[in-house]
Design a protein around this ligand. Structure first.
Ligand code: FE2
Length: 241
């Protein structure tokens, strides 16, 4: 289902050099979450196999439990911008993967709402045209919050459409769907996936000692849960066809 994705820090970057103009190639690190995530049939997102590179594994083992902050080790200007010393490298990798994926997912969902807002036809036009726009507007601010949380932790958020598409499990339609029921069914399915994933990611963040990111996911869940309920209620209509 998912194509090859770059690591969660941004293309060609690790936590050590994320956000800098010249990535350091010498110490390639592949902590958990740097590989493309995979979605199982229940819609749960899981990290795929983590690198077994001997050097990486040894490096991670030697730093295990020390909570060293790799970005701060460099002591340069960028390092002063971020403080995530409470996260170990592996924990950072886990959190960064969830943030990058949820960033891309939210951008895709926003665009999908707009696409359906434009394409809807039929007797429910006005209701759905307005509803999709309201939902798009509600999730729009969370895009920036998720991206900036990733930056705060030393990562580099994706923005280019191709990158967004690589990380997001939500597909923005390239065809034109006028039918209300078809649109709503896709959106309900998408929201089932997103809400399940966010619950998993909230727990992951808690387990990785990052309650702030967990709170972010809990807050966004309130929005997506509400949207799923509303979309399912709209779909529950015998006369829609
Ligand atoms: Fe509009």
């Amino acid at each position: 289902m998912r194509r090859d994705a770059p690591n969660a820090y941004g293309e060609g970057m690790t936590k050590r050099n994320a956000g800098t103009a010249e990535p350091k190639p010498s110490r390639k690190r592949k902590a958990a979450g740097t590989e493309a995530p995979v979605m199982d049939e229940s819609g749960t997102m899981t990290a795929s196999a983590v690198s077994n590179d001997v050097n990486d594994t040894a490096e991670m083992r030697s730093g295990e439990g020390t909570h060293t902050d790799a970005a701060h080790d460099r002591g340069d200007a960028h390092a002063k911008l971020i403080d995530h010393s409470y996260l170990a490298e592996e924990e950072f990798g886990t959190i960064a993967e969830t943030l990058q994926r949820n960033l891309a997912t939210t951008i895709s969902l926003y665009l999908k709402f707009k696409k359906f807002h434009w394409d809807i036809r039929g007797r429910t036009f006005h209701t759905l045209h307005e509803t999709y726009d309201e939902m798009a507007a509600e999730i729009f601010p969370t895009i920036d919050v998720i991206a900036e949380r990733l930056v705060m932790l030393g990562g580099s958020p994706v923005a280019a459409p191709a990158e967004v598409d690589r990380y997001s499990p939500i597909r923005v339609p390239t065809d034109t769907i006028h039918d209300a029921r078809a649109q709503l069914q896709q959106l309900v399915d998408d929201h089932t996936l997103v809400t399940r994933s966010l619950r998993d990611d909230s727990k992951k963040a808690d387990d990785a000692d990052d309650p702030v990111t967990a709170d972010l996911y809990n807050a966004t869940l309130l929005i997506h849960d509400k949207h799923r309920w509303m979309l399912a209620a709209l779909l529950d209509d015998d006369k829609m066809d």
